[in-house]
Ligand binder design. Structure first.
Ligand SMILES: O=C(O)CCC(=O)C(=O)O
Ligand SMILES: [Fe+2]
Length: 336
């Protein structure tokens, strides 16, 4: 069964970093479902080795996902990012007159990350059982998690995760979780087929984003595709779907072009065997993983591209936890 609305893709196009992807069948396609392989370690490992990802449609109960969605979206409504007065909070409709600049974002982002329903979703027995079979032992998730709220007009740059998350064990795997239904027009994740095996990326995979101050791999999804080959793969995702992938696999997101002004809510989390070396940035005390001035994980909201020094995704906050973007200084405020 196809989950991609080919008609809508033909009519509206699919975009990444503002560039229109080639949506012909040789260049663009749908992620395949591996739900039938669950429980079979050899089959899971073989397919992960060949495809670089495993998608499990409907692995987690829909109600559990929607509980996490509600928990998080109510918080985004409190800070004015979505309109819960004229719309159902679950629709995540962006509100232009946000009050995000007035609130303590260190506390806000910690509150989203540590919410019980979100926590329960990321440690769902279906996800943990899959990792225990796949890895062959007891699995754990990083303490830090990346719930991701992406407004219309926004998206994620092209990268592979290993340059960010392999400060401990290298045997670490990313899981992307739609927290609600995410249609193609809302800008879900997009993976470059076969890129986890590309010899051309050996130099990139050696890097560490903190140590080597690396930005996105490229701003041009067509150029990356020309260089590395493969189709860009995505899907229309439903609450309950789980996508596990190799940290060497190149991915990004499509741009959120929601015709309803809907924000996209998803999560990135990382899993590995218990007892293996921990990446200190993401485990234990991880209030400010990239060191230096205090920052919060908050993608979007500005026009900066490139993500050198993480500026696209990590935003500086002031001594009261408020975002520093465009904030008037006390002097300017006094004289205005
Ligand atoms: O959801 C996105 O926009 C990006 C996700 C991602 O980079 C990840 O899950 O590692
Ligand atoms: Fe990623």
């Amino acid at each position: 069964m196809s989950h991609l609305d080919q008609g809508a893709i033909m009519t509206n196009g699919v975009y990444c970093r503002g560039k229109k992807l080639d949506s012909s069948p040789e260049k663009f396609g749908e992620l395949r479902d591996s739900i039938g392989l669950l429980g079979d370690a050899a089959a899971l490992r073989a397919r992960m080795a060949s495809d670089g990802y495993l998608l499990f449609r409907g692995l987690v109960g829909r109600e559990k996902v929607l509980a996490a969605r509600r928990e998080i979206l109510l918080k985004y409504a409190i800070i004015g990012e979505i309109d819960s007065i004229n719309h159902d909070v679950m629709d995540a409709i962006m509100q232009k007159d946000t009050f995000i600049d007035e609130v303590n974002m260190a506390a806000f982002t910690e509150s989203v990350r540590s919410g019980k329903a979100y926590h329960d979703l990321t440690l769902d027995p279906g996800i943990m059982d899959y990792y225990e079979t796949f890895l062959g032992g007891k699995a754990r998730s990083f303490n830090f998690k990346w719930p991701r709220f992406v407004r219309p007009g926004e998206g994620t740059g092209i990268h592979a995760d290993n340059i960010y998350v392999t400060g401990g064990t290298k045997n670490v795997w990313t899981t992307w979780i739609p927290i609600g239904d995410v249609a193609v027009e809302e800008g879900p994740i997009v993976l470059l087929e076969g890129s986890h095996r590309s010899e051309k990326l050996d130099g990139y995979w050696e890097l560490d984003a903190d140590r080597d101050k690396v930005g996105w791999l490229s701003e041009d999804p067509l150029e990356v595709q020309r260089n590395l080959g493969g189709r860009w793969l995505t899907g229309d995702f439903k609450a309950g779907d789980i996508l596990s992938f190799d940290v060497k696999l190149v991915h990004a997101s499509l741009d959120n072009r929601s015709s309803k002004n809907r924000c996209r809510l998803t999560s990135d989390t990382r899993y590995h065997l218990e007892g293996e070396a921990l990446d200190p940035r993401w485990n234990g005390d991880n209030g400010n993983p990239h060191q230096g001035k205090p920052k919060v994980f908050l993608p979007g909201l500005n026009k900066k591209v490139g993500n050198k020094e993480f500026e696209e995704e990590w935003k500086p906050i002031d001594e009261r936890g408020r975002l520093m973007r465009g904030r008037r200084t006390a002097f300017a405020a006094n004289t205005a």
